[in-house]
Design a protein around this ligand. Structure first.
Ligand SMILES: Cc1cc2nc3c(=O)[nH]c(=O)nc-3n(C[C@H](O)[C@H](O)[C@H](O)COP(=O)(O)O)c2cc1C
Length: 213
């Protein structure tokens, strides 16, 4: 048996909770921004986050409603996506507190910052990866705004590199699940994609009607 859910007959909050419970796990962009006057550095997690384009490299996050991060990006045209590793769990969650816009999360939560190379908002010093972005575009959709950022610089700590590549066992990313749930990476499997040439020439994969009698 399946249970049907139609957005028309549900309140938006309930459908939102359903969506966030089933679109899982989600990576978390820990977005740092600066206020328009440049005085306050803001930091907040956003799990509606993914790659929007690979060439040019563009990432996207969604602000549900109008929040300080969105306002700052609109005013300054810049932001940084900081990676969210397991050891920073409590700090990441604390930056989701609804501090007033003039109270920066770096100071309020006690998070060490470091300067970015190509943009003005600072990076989180303890985060192993930072993607420095300039605003490409915003797209208003219903109650939300999707922010697209052109990645103009990426920095990766050598602590998480193996043979020059970021290693999942060292990165230890946190993910957002439904409600207040968080996840960590479980078992990691490595499985190469199959080229059609190999697929088609493998007799074990042929459909029964293709097998010679
Ligand atoms: C793990 C996690 C993921 C979140 N993802 C989002 C998101 O994708 N979009 C959003 O608008 N808020 C999200 N939030 C809530 C914001 O972080 C929260 O509203 C925060 O106060 C916004 O800060 P700001 O006003 O400084 O931008 C998330 C919170 C947590 C803890």
């Amino acid at each position: 048996m399946r249970v049907d859910h139609s957005p028309e007959s549900m309140d938006p909050g309930s459908f939102y909770r359903l969506l966030t419970a089933v679109i899982v796990p989600r990576p978390i962009a820990w977005v740092s921004t600066l206020t328009g006057d440049g005085r306050t550095a803001n930091l907040a997690p956003h799990s509606f986050f993914t790659v929007a384009s690979t060439d040019p490299p563009i990432v996207q996050f969604t602000s549900v409603g109008r929040k300080d991060s969105l306002r700052n990006v609109e005013e300054t045209g810049e932001f940084v996506v900081n990676f969210t590793p397991e050891p920073l769990f409590e700090q990441i969650n604390a930056t989701a507190t609804d501090f007033p816009g003039d109270e920066g999360e770096f100071e309020a939560v006690g998070i060490e910052r470091e300067p970015s190379l190509r943009v003005r908002p600072p990076r989180v010093a303890a985060s192993p990866v930072a993607l420095e972005c300039t605003l490409h575009a915003t797209l208003g959709l219903g109650n939300s705004t999707v922010v697209f950022g052109r990645v103009v610089h990426a920095v990766v700590s050598d602590d998480v590199l193996v043979d020059g590549r970021p290693d999942i066992g060292l990165l230890r990313p946190l993910a957002r699940l439904g409600g207040n749930e968080w996840g960590t990476v479980g078992e990691v499997h490595d499985l190469a994609r199959i080229r059609y040439r190999d697929w088609a020439s493998d007799p074990a994969r042929r459909r029964p009607d293709e097998n010679p009698a």
